[in-house]
Design a protein around this ligand. Structure first.
Ligand SMILES: [Zn+2]
Length: 352
């Protein structure tokens, strides 16, 4: 999502909430249901520099959201049930699917007990290199490089450039610049190479983040044993598929399913595209996912579901419950579809 879209959503949420406009708009934009997405669920930390905080919510927030959803007249369902309803055109009741990306340790530690207590089915999308302990959480490596240094130098377009990052404000600024820069690369390989080089230069061990932050196969198999839990694929290396050659993109999707099957004894039917915005997954990826036989595949394009999505099952939008709108009163607004309808220009399906 672009910064502009984010600020539109944030400003829009306040306006929509306080005006009550979302309640009026709901019959027009509310659709048939929604898929919500989370990444980290963990207690707040005090550090002044937490640039990846937008990917976190607190357990308290999740608890409030689940209680709010349970009070509403909607069904909390699994991805398989959502798939059935979209296929059968069974839209008698609105529904919400809860999904969690990346398979962080805090999914087991904080999210699972809450979802279990309220009997909420949910999916975990696992990039297999994370439990295999060879994954590169490049956004964490960038954070560590900036956090641990007072100044860094970079080779940008063959020119050595220095960045002061002594204070928290400077660190935030430098991280934003770096993040924007690496996301602008045309290939996923270039991003990985630049972050690897930076990590070597500033003695950050990228592999450490897997062990520190991500569940092991044993952790995953404990969760997978619960009928509430669906394990979904999320590629092997967590790369932006649209920035990867077609054969490699196809292999990333197919291999991740095979590795999960070999490790957990279950074959995932559902896929989440890493990063998931329109720069990371588009028409080609939607086609490949369908060709590989995934029942559904989800993006990070914001939006609620409409009956028309039954014809675009590998291009489904999601509502991100991320750290930036961490107020449970917003959740009703987001699920009404009003905020994302504004952001999508009232277009229902975005599968291009
Ligand atoms: Zn992810």
């Amino acid at each position: 999502m672009t910064g502009l879209k984010k600020s539109v959503i944030r400003a829009g949420l306040e306006t929509l909430y306080f005006s009550g406009a979302h309640a009026l708009m709901r019959p027009f934009v509310g659709g048939i249901g929604a898929i919500v997405t989370l990444h980290h669920v963990r207690p707040p930390r005090r550090d002044a520099f937490q640039p990846n905080q937008p990917l976190e919510v607190t357990p308290r927030f999740l608890e409030q959201v689940v209680r709010r959803l349970r009070r509403q007249r909607l069904d909390l369902i699994s991805l398989d049930e959502m798939h059935r309803r979209l296929n059968d055109g069974d839209f008698k009741r609105r529904f919400v699917c809860v999904t969690i990306d990346d398979g962080y340790r805090d999914t087991a530690q904080f999210a699972y007990p809450i979802l279990k207590a309220h009997d909420v089915p949910f999916a975990i999308y696992v990039p297999t290199s994370f439990p295999d302990r060879i994954g590169e959480l490049w956004w964490r490596a960038l954070e560590a490089v900036v956090a641990r240094n007072r100044r860094i130098t970079l080779l940008i377009n063959d020119q050595e450039r220095g960045f002061e990052c002594a204070t928290a404000a400077e660190k935030h600024h430098v991280f934003d610049q770096l993040d924007k820069w690496v996301r602008s690369f045309r290939t996923a390989d270039e991003l990985r190479r630049v972050v690897r080089d930076l990590s070597v230069r500033y003695q950050v061990d990228i592999a450490d983040f897997c062990e520190e932050l991500c569940m092991s196969w044993e952790d995953l198999s404990r969760l997978a044993a619960d009928p509430l839990v669906t394990i979904g694929a999320h590629t092997v290396n967590h790369v932006s598929l649209a920035k990867t050659p077609e054969r490699q993109a196809r292999a990333e999707m197919a291999m991740s399913r095979s590795v999960i099957e070999a490790s957990l004894g279950l074959r995932p039917d559902h896929l989440s595209y890493p990063v998931g915005d329109s720069t990371a997954a588009g028409r080609r990826e939607f086609r490949i996912a369908a060709e590989l036989g995934f029942k559904t595949a989800v993006t990070m394009r914001p939006g609620v579901l409409f009956p028309e999505h039954g014809g675009h099952l590998t291009a489904l939008p999601r509502i991100s419950l991320n750290g930036e709108h961490q107020q449970s009163r917003y959740v009703g607004v987001l699920l009404s579809g009003a905020a994302t309808a504004v952001c999508n220009g009232f277009r229902r399906v975005d599968a291009a």
